[in-house]
Design a protein around this ligand. Structure first.
Ligand SMILES: [Zn+2]
Length: 355
């Protein structure tokens, strides 16, 4: 899993900007469901087609081109520009950005990070929800299904437990004032739903719980002895994962025979950077000059590698193409959108380093 690191130091002193993108992509899945070769990179109908075009070849390419475009402009720039391209993002980032931030701090921490993960052209991302994966195991003695008085059913206990886990969604976040003010702006709700679909604004500031896997029982006329549940909770800014752990402990305590453990997800809370940071303004200026509107700063529903930098105290921002079609068959990105993202990254990086 190679990570590529490139740095240019300019003669004038100044700030250190880090460009970050990931190279790895989701698996193709069932190639029969694609209308083109999933790895073709075909250019057709004004779009680039193939797995990873949205997540995140568009954004990673924008980082590469921003880095290359600034190279001949060195005389106008100060400080330092670093390009970080990583191979492990989709499976947790431990060997990608997590590795660089942990082992190569002097090379990659910098003063600000710009990332091109799919975000929609309508918004800039200044933060993101945290991920908490949980595995629950239900164990009962089990027996013949005609003797339900002898053993409880692991599946029925699991069903009740799943119901109960929904109560986590009622946890009330203690949202920091700067985040509350930013997300409370009148134009934000509409921008979120334009970019992410109807209903997106409603889940941005609440805990959500997805029960992604339930496995229980081996035969229809046996009381199931075991059921395993895997759940994926997304925690908004202002919810501490320790608080969620305690709430889960309290739920599990009500069910004899149930144990749980935390999965190998990212052990941090939701992260956020200053929504009024200079970089947000630069991105907004460059988008407005081209498209005529200012994308408001919002928090991402999904995760990005920016969390590693934010957790290390470095402000990090995301601006990328529409997330539509990401990870699905026939993934593709509009060429116009792609070029707009490249332009926005190159100009914003130039503006940041030339001041
Ligand atoms: Zn991605």
């Amino acid at each position: 899993m190679p990570n590529l690191l490139a740095t240019t130091r300019y003669r004038r002193p100044g700030r250190h900007l880090v460009l970050n993108g990931h190279i790895d992509v989701f698996p193709v899945g069932d190639a029969a469901r694609w209308t083109r070769d999933p790895l073709s990179g075909d250019l057709a109908g004004g779009r680039v087609h193939g797995r990873g075009t949205v997540d995140m070849k568009c954004g990673t390419t924008a980082s590469i081109f921003a880095y290359a475009y600034l190279s001949p402009l060195a005389d106008a720039l100060g400080g330092r520009l670093t390009l970080t391209l990583v191979s492990d993002e989709e499976t947790g980032g431990r060997w990608g950005s997590g590795y660089l931030v942990e082992r190569h701090r002097d090379d990659v921490l910098g003063d600000c990070v710009l990332n091109g993960e799919p975000s929609s052209l309508d918004t800039v991302r200044f933060g993101e929800k945290a991920i908490l994966w949980m595995t629950f195991s239900v164990r009962t003695p089990s027996c013949h299904s005609a003797y339900p008085h002898v053993s409880p059913s692991a599946n029925k206990i699991a069903a009740a437990l799943v119901r109960d886990l929904e109560s986590l969604e009622a946890l009330v976040p203690a949202v920091p004032e700067a985040v509350r003010r930013t997300l409370g702006r009148p134009e934000v709700g509409a921008a979120i739903e334009r970019g992410l679909g109807a209903g997106a604004a409603g889940v941005l500031q609440k805990v959500t719980v997805n029960v992604g896997v339930m496995r229980g029982g081996v035969k229809v006329n046996m009381l199931p002895a075991e059921c395993e549940i895997e759940a994926d909770a997304r925690l908004p800014v202002g919810v501490d994962r320790e608080e969620v752990r305690r709430a889960v402990d309290a739920i599990v305590a009500r069910y004899p025979g149930v144990t749980w453990r935390e999965g190998t997800s990212h052990a941090v809370n939701a992260t956020w950077s200053d929504p009024d940071h200079e970089m947000v303004g630069l991105i907004q200026d460059n988008v407005e000059a081209r498209l005529g509107f200012r994308p408001p700063p919002i928090v991402s529903l999904g995760g990005t590698d920016c969390r590693f930098w934010r957790a290390a105290g470095v402000p990090a921002y995301v601006y990328g193409c529409s997330p539509a079609g990401m990870g699905a068959p026939d993934e593709s990105v509009a060429v116009d959108e792609f070029l707009h993202v490249v332009r926005t990254h190159a100009l914003s990086a130039f503006d940041y380093l030339s001041r």
